[in-house]
Design a protein around this ligand. Structure first.
Ligand code: NAP
Length: 483
């Protein structure tokens, strides 16, 4: 524990919480002295009992005695559970805390006002986030608390309450030294907090952005957009926002955003399964024309007074990735024969863009009915999947070849007329399809270009500034290489 504490300080932690209940056995006097030697002034001593979600199973008098010794050694603060009578407090500066591991603390206001009435220096509450908007209550608690406060929503839907704690005015937040050493669910690492989430570099009025999806934990958008904000010197933060599938969940989340203008949301990236819900919520009349025809948006921009605007940056990104690789402008796509493999969400955006710029598109899909439906929506041709595809441009919009199924390929061969192959998959960067295309001397386009360009377009819609695409691309490449 001491070695980990030293590492945390070296990595830039301001304070280190010593979870004394995590030790294999209750520490005795000399252990406690050795543990805190030279570190007490940076230490928060906590010995969480089982009743509050901790591991200390011994008697209460023994537990308080351990904390008394830590206080006597000059620890910066002692964490004491709110149900311990003030008369039994061990001395020193106190963080009074209450944790609801099983539930979402419906009586949080009552707990906070009781805690604020004690001599504690800091009040801390932690509860389980049950829905996408539940963690907003943590932001409200910090706002209302008459003393320095910490309010954390635990679990994957509460990550934002942890990483935005500083921006929300909390006294502090908690991070794990490394993955696997978390002391509560949803806790990011110290490196993520200081690097990815720009801890300490956001003002209290920083603009807030996030990616709404389910699942969202593996989204690269927080890393890409935070790096872009950093590079552009913008006072803005970007967080993952887990919102369960379904229109009602999405609507509740967005209503909660709009009821709390003081939170300072400026925009959202929207991913699966909420792209259609996003268009419905924003309203088709406030979305771009092709987005309306696609029936989905991936970008919400919140303007002054809470006005909403919806955009689909996927189709433009796909078109631009293709055009850049071919050295043509969008109008140069007119009349070219394109085979689009797949008829799902990505294919829909690609087909919409290609048809808009006058390409002669054929949609080829395993389920032919879906190909026919997509083709009829945009006035192009349809057919089933083929062994050998032949068109000037081939675009793969199926997951075939995506990690971990890297040996899969949507087609067995490419026809003699194929000059350009665009695989929308970006993990791996070179799919089996692209390797085949490369060996035949075709122009190759990877899904990375599309991913970076759709994020860059979002950045520009939100900030009105040119996106640092080089930085954004580097972030994705580094993350992919680390997988
Ligand atoms: P989706 O809506 O689930 O559609 C998947 C499509 O792939 C469907 O047409 C499906 O055919 C077909 N398919 C799935 N498994 C297949 C198989 N084993 N054999 C033949 N066809 C198969 O997914 P999506 O959102 O469109 O995403 C598709 C891919 O696009 C993703 O895997 C991702 O790599 C890529 N993408 C890239 C970006 C980017 O920014 N680069 C963005 C979005 C998506 P059926 O209709 O017969 O089921």
């Amino acid at each position: 524990m001491r070695e980990q504490a030293l590492r945390a300080i070296l990595q830039g932690a301001d304070l280190v919480e010593f979870r004394l209940d995590f030790l294999n056995s209750a520490p005795k006097g000399p252990d406690i002295v050795g543990l805190f030697a030279g570190l007490a002034e940076r230490a928060i001593a906590t010995c969480r009992p089982v009743r509050e979600g901790g591991r200390f199973a011994g008697d209460e008098a023994g537990r308080l005695d351990i904390l008394r010794q830590a206080a006597a050694l000059g620890c910066f603060a002692i964490d004491i559970e709110a149900d311990v009578p003030v008369a039994n407090w061990p001395g020193g500066q106190v963080i009074v805390s209450h944790h609801d591991f099983g539930g979402n603390m419906p009586d949080m206001d009552a707990w906070l006002s009781r805690m604020a009435g004690t001599p504690a220096a800091v009040c801390k509450v932690a509860f389980q986030a049950r829905s996408g908007e539940d963690w907003f209550r943590a932001a409200e608690a910090i706002r209302k608390c008459p003393k320095p406060g910490i309010a954390l929503a635990m679990g994957p839907a509460g990550v934002a309450s942890r990483v935005l704690a500083g921006r929300l005015g909390a006294w502090g937040t908690f991070a794990a030294l490394e993955a696997g050493l978390e002391s509560a669910p949803g806790q990011p690492t110290l490196a993520e907090m200081k690097g990815l989430y720009r801890w300490g570099r956001l003002s209290r009025s920083a603009g807030l952005y996030g990616v709404i999806g389910c699942p969202v934990g593996h989204s690269m958008s927080p890393a890409v957009h935070n790096a872009a904000f950093e590079q552009a010197g913008l006072d803005a933060g970007f967080v993952p926002l887990l919102v369960e599938p379904g229109w009602e969940n999405f609507r509740r989340f967005m209503d909660a955003v709009r009821e709390r203008e003081w939170l300072g949301w400026r925009g959202f990236s929207v991913t699966l399964p909420h792209k259609e819900n996003a268009l419905r919520y924003v309203g088709p009349e406030r979305c771009d024309e092709l987005a309306r025809r696609i029936g989905a948006i991936n970008t919400i921009t919140i303007g002054p007074g809470g006005t909403l605007r919806g955009d689909n940056t996927d189709y433009g990104a796909a078109i631009d990735a293709l055009c850049r690789a071919m050295g043509i402008d969008r109008e140069g796509l007119a009349g070219r024969a394109v085979a689009v493999l797949g008829a799902g969400g990505a294919a829909r955006a690609v087909v919409a863009g290609l048809c808009h710029y006058g390409s002669r598109v054929t949609v080829k899909n395993r389920t032919v009915d879906r190909a026919v439906k997509l083709a009829s929506d945009f006035g192009c041709a349809a057919g089933g999947m083929v062994d050998v595809v032949d068109a000037e441009i081939v675009v793969n919009c199926t997951p075939m070849g995506m990690h971990p199924n890297v040996d899969a390929c949507p087609v067995a061969g490419l026809g003699a007329g194929v000059k350009v192959v665009f695989d929308t998959i970006y993990n791996p960067l070179q799919t089996k399809l692209l390797a085949m295309a490369k060996s035949r001397g075709c122009v190759c386009v990877s899904g990375l270009d599309m991913f970076v360009l759709q994020a860059a377009a979002q950045f520009e819609l939100w900030t009105g500034k040119p996106a640092p695409t080089g930085t954004m691309r580097d972030v994705v490449e580094r993350r992919l290489n680390a997988l």
